[in-house]
Design a protein around this ligand. Structure first.
Ligand code: IMP
Ligand code: MG
Length: 172
């Protein structure tokens, strides 16, 4: 059993999610929004976030090839599951768990653009800026985290720890 150091407790996550949802609801007032969750890590955050939104939304998911059990990024990304909903002329919000190198979101933005949405923005619960390789504009960002391996609240290490209600650092 690995040791995990809790860095963000449930209460802080809950407040942050509520604050992000208020901003998003205000910014898209009177409009419709398509939420695209990036599988699998974002699903816990997304499910909490969407229930706090006060605007009508549709929901879809996209999955990219993961880096595998390794904690290192290859920078090589492929689509494993595309979205099913048409997004032509729709406002799209990509919901991600964490931005690390930035490769995933950079790739997803390029992948989604040819589908001709009216707009595309990014919401990421966590931002790990230390190792960023490509610039990504995170429109709605939750917490900045240090250059450590983060688990919990949907984030995994080799498919473990997604179920933790808090966010923690996997101790080396
Ligand atoms: P990027 O392409 O390096 O920005 O990677 C983003 C993806 O890598 C995220 O969607 C996560 O699935 C995964 N990832 C990056 N850092 C961590 C971490 O600290 N814990 C768990 N997953 C991570
Ligand atoms: Mg992910």
């Amino acid at each position: 059993m690995d040791k995990i150091k809790k860095i963000i407790p449930e209460t802080r996550i809950k407040k942050k999610v509520a604050a992000l949802a208020r901003r998003i609801s205000r910014d898209y007032q009177g409009q419709e929004l398509v939420l695209i969750g990036v599988l699998k890590g974002s699903f816990v955050f997304l499910s909490d976030l969407m229930r706090r939104l006060t605007i009508p939304v549709s929901l879809d998911f996209i999955q990219v090839s993961s880096y595998g059990a390794s904690t290192l990024s290859s920078g090589v990304i492929k689509i494993r599951k595309d979205i099913d909903l048409p997004i032509v002329d729709k406002n799209v919000l990509i919901v991600e768990d964490i931005v690390d190198y930035g490769y995933t979101l950079d790739y997803l933005l390029r992948f989604i653009a040819p589908k001709k949405p009216a707009s595309v923005k990014i919401c990421a619960l966590l931002d790990k800026p230390a190792r960023r390789k490509v610039r990504v504009k995170i429109d709605y960002s939750g917490f900045k985290v240090p250059d450590e391996f983060i688990v919990g609240y949907g984030l995994d290490r080799a498919e473990k720890y997604r179920e933790l209600p808090y966010i923690g650092i996997l101790q080396k």
